[in-house]
Design a binder for this molecule. Structure first.
Ligand SMILES: Nc1ncnc2c1ncn2[C@@H]1O[C@H](COP(=O)(O)OP(=O)(O)OP(=O)(O)O)[C@@H](O)[C@H]1O
Ligand SMILES: O=c1[nH]c(=O)c2[nH+]cn([C@@H]3O[C@H](COP(=O)(O)O)[C@@H](O)[C@H]3O)c2[nH]1
Ligand SMILES: NC(=O)CC[C@H](N)C(=O)O
Ligand SMILES: [Mg+2]
Length: 519
C-alpha cells in the first residue's frame, strides 16, 4: 500500500495537464496522471485515489466518440474536479448539457464574477476583489447544469465558469486553475485538495523511502545495469538505486570521446571513490570516433551515436551474469510526452539519442525510479540523497556530447580545440558567479575558418560561438544577456588561451526559432 494519499489526474490531452501535477506537487500532494484510455475500474481500485481531477482536452464532448472517463469515477465517493473539457464531460455524463455557442469562445485572459455565497471553502482567498482573473481556452461551454450543481461564478463566455455540487463534492470549472495566467489558481487547487482531506504528506524524503522500497520489490535478487553519464538524471537514479540494492547495481559510463575536459575523470572519480558504486568505464573513443569519420549530417551523426550506445550497453550487460534490468533516468515530462493524446504526429526536429529502444532489443526490463518527477524535483531528490550541490546543479549535457557542438565533420583536433574553449568559457561563467543563473552554456566550434592578425602575423583559424540560455525545461529558451564586458573578456581569453580559434561570436537566438544545441 502507498504510504501517501493519491490524487488521480485523468488526462484528456490538454497541453497543460502536466501543470496540474506540477501545482499539486508544490502543495505536497502526490498525484498520478493517467491517459483516459487507461483508466479502468481496475486502475481505480489500484490507485485508490482520494480525489480525481479530469483535465482539459482538444476534443468536444458534443462529437460522437469523444473521450469519457469510466462512470465508476463518479461512484468512488471521492471529490472530483473537472477542468475545461473535464467540466464539460462531467456535465454531459451527470445529466447537464454542453453547447458550441456563437461568440462564447474564450481564449486567453477572462474575468470571473462570483455568483452567490455558496461553497466558501472552495473559494477561500478568492474574490477578494470583485472579480478574479482566469485563463480560458474553450470553444464549447456548459449550457445546462447537471442535477445537484449550482453556479458559483460566471464569465462573459462561460455562464457556468465555476460550479459545484457540495453534497457529492463534485466541482467543475471552465477556466484553467493550473496555469500561471490564473494568478490565484494555486489557491483554488489548494482549497480543492483541502476539501478532499489531503494533508500534504508528499515530501521528497517520503518519496525517496518509497522509491527505494519499490526498487527492491521490483528487482529482487537480479542485477541492474545503469547507463551513467554523470548528468543529473542518471546520477540521481544511480545513487537512489544503489541505496536500494547496493552492489547488485553496476553502472556503465561510456566515454565516447565526445566528453568535455576532465569529464571522464570527474565522473569516474566521484562514483568509484565517493560512492563506491561498481562502475565500468567503457573507453570507446576509437569506436565512436571511427564510425563518425566522414559523417557530417546531424541526423546521421545522432543515429550513429545512438546505435553505438546500444551496442556498448548490450556488450557490457552480456558480461554481467544475471543482469536482467536496465536503469534509466527517465523523467516525468518524457513519460507524458510519449503517452499524450495529441491527435497527430509531430515532426522530428532532431533524434535525441535515446535509450528507449534498448530494452526490447536487449531483453532487459526497465527500472525508472524518476519517471514521476520533474527536473527540479530530481534535483531536490539528489539533495535528499546527499549528492554534492556541484553535481546537482550541473548544466544538462546531451548524450551525443560534443559531436553536436561541432557542426559538420568531427575530427580529434577539432574536439580538442572545442574542449579547451569550452573549459575557458565555463571557467569565466563560474568566476563571474553566473553558472547557477544560466540553464545551459557551452561553446560550439564552427566549421569555418577566418583570417586574423595576431602578433603581427596572419592567422587562419576556426571561429566559435558561445551559447548560454535560460530555460525551465529546455523546451523553450532565451539567450542569456551577458554584459559586453563579460563577452569581451571571454573572447580575449579564448583567443589567447586556445590555439586554433581566432574569432569568437555570441549566439543570441532564442528557442524557438533556434534549438539550444547547434545540431
Ligand atoms: N556517456 C554516457 N554513458 C552512459 N550513459 C549515458 C551517457 N550519456 C547519456 N547516457 C544515458 O542516457 C540517459 C539520457 O541522457 P540525458 O543527458 O538526458 O540525462 P543525464 O545525462 O542523466 O542528465 P542531464 O540531462 O542532466 O545531462 C542518461 O540518463 C544515461 O542513462
Ligand atoms: O540526452 C540528450 N540526448 C540528445 O540527443 C540531446 N539532444 C539535445 N539534448 C538536450 O536537450 C535540451 C534541448 O536541446 P535542443 O533545444 O537542442 O533540442 C538541451 O539541454 C540539449 O543539451 C539532448 N539530450
Ligand atoms: N481546453 C479545453 O479543455 C477545451 C475543451 C473543448 N475542446 C472546448 O473547446 O471547449
Ligand atoms: Mg546528459
Amino acid at each position: 500500500m502507498d504510504q501517501h494519499d493519491t490524487l488521480l489526474i485523468i488526462d484528456f490531452g490538454s497541453q497543460v495537464t502536466q501543470l496540474i501535477a506540477r501545482r499539486l506537487r508544490e502543495l505536497n500532494v502526490y498525484c498520478e496522471i493517467h491517459p483516459f484510455q487507461n483508466v479502468t475500474p481496475a486502475l481505480l481500485a489500484e490507485t485508490a485515489p482520494k480525489a480525481v481531477i479530469l483535465s482539459g482536452g482538444p476534443a468536444s464532448v458534443i462529437d460522437a466518440g469523444s473521450p469519457r472517463p469510466p462512470a465508476e469515477v463518479f461512484e468512488l465517493g471521492v471529490p472530483v474536479l473537472g477542468i475545461c473539457y473535464g467540466q464539460q464531460v462531467m456535465m454531459e455524463m451527470l445529466g447537464g448539457r454542453v453547447e458550441r455557442g456563437d461568440g462564447t469562445s474564450e481564449f486567453g485572459r477572462a474575468w470571473v464574477e462570483r455568483k452567490g455565497d455558496k461553497h466558501p471553502d472552495l473559494l477561500t482567498g478568492w474574490f477578494l476583489e470583485a472579480r478574479e482573473q482566469v485563463w480560458m481556452s474553450h470553444g464549447d461551454h456548459v449550457a445546462k447544469l447537471a442535477p445537484g450543481f449550482e453556479v458559483l461564478g460566471t464569465s462573459p463566455g462561460a455562464p457556468f465558469a465555476i460550479t459545484g455540487d457540495r453534497a457529492r463534492h463534485f466541482y467543475a470549472v471552465q477556466f484553467h486553475p493550473e496555469v500561471h495566467h490564473t494568478p490565484n489558481g494555486r489557491t483554488f487547487l489548494e482549497n480543492f485538495v483541502k476539501i478532499a482531506g489531503f494533508t500534504g504528506d508528499w515530501t521528497m524524503a517520503a518519496y525517496k523511502d518509497e522509491a527505494i522500497r519499490l526498487i527492491r520489490e521490483q528487482v529482487g535478487d537480479a542485477r541492474v545495469i545503469c547507463g551513467l553519464s554523470g548528468g543529473v538524471d542518471s546520477s540521481v537514479a544511480a545513487v537512489l538505486i544503489h541505496e536500494a540494492i547496493g552492489d547488485q547495481l553496476t553502472c556503465v559510463f561510456v566515454d565516447h570521446g565526445l566528453l568535455r575536459q576532465n569529464e571522464a575523470e570527474e565522473v569516474v572519480g566521484m562514483f568509484r571513490d565517493a560512492y563506491n558504486i561498481p562502475l565500468i568505464h567503457a573507453d570507446e573513443a576509437d569506436l565512436f570516433l571511427g564510425e563518425l569519420e566522414g559523417v557530417s549530417d546531424p541526423e546521421v551523426k545522432r543515429k550513429t551515436i545512438g546505435r553505438l550506445f546500444i551496442d556498448v550497453f548490450q556488450r557490457e550487460a552480456n558480461k554481467i551474469e544475471g543482469a536482467s534490468f536496465l536503469a534509466q533516468g527517465t523523467l516525468y515530462p518524457d513519460v507524458i510526452e510519449s503517452v499524450s493524446f495529441s491527435g497527430g504526429p509531430s515532426v522530428t526536429i532532431k533524434s535525441h539519442h535515446n535509450v528507449g529502444g534498448l530494452p526490447e532489443k536487449m531483453g532487459l526490463k526497465l527500472v525508472e525510479p524518476l519517471r514521476e518527477l520533474f527536473k527540479d524535483e530530481v534535483r531536490a531528490l539528489g539533495h535528499e540523497l546527499g549528492l554534492p550541490a556541484s553535481f546537482i546543479g550541473r548544466h544538462p549535457f546531451p548524450g551525443p556530447g560534443l559531436a553536436i557542438r561541432c557542426p559538420g565533420e568531427i575530427t580529434r583536433d577539432k574536439l580538442e580545440i572545442l574542449r579547451k574553449a569550452d573549459a575557458v568559457y565555463i571557467d569565466q561563467i563560474r568566476k563571474h558567479g553566473l553558472y547557477d543563473e544560466i540553464w545551459q552554456a557551452f561553446v560550439a566550434l564552427l566549421p569555418v575558418r577566418t583570417v586574423g592578425v595576431m602578433g603581427d602575423g596572419r592567422t587562419y583559424d576556426y571561429a566559435c560561438a558561445l551559447r548560454a540560455v535560460t530555460s525551465v525545461d529546455g523546451m523553450t529558451a532565451d539567450y542569456y544577456p551577458f554584459s559586453h564586458d563579460f563577452l569581451g573578456e571571454t573572447a580575449t581569453r579564448i583567443i589567447n588561451e586556445v590555439r586554433g580559434i581566432n574569432r569568437v561570436t555570441y549566439d543570441i537566438t532564442s528557442k524557438p526559432p533556434g534549438t539550444i544545441e547547434w545540431e
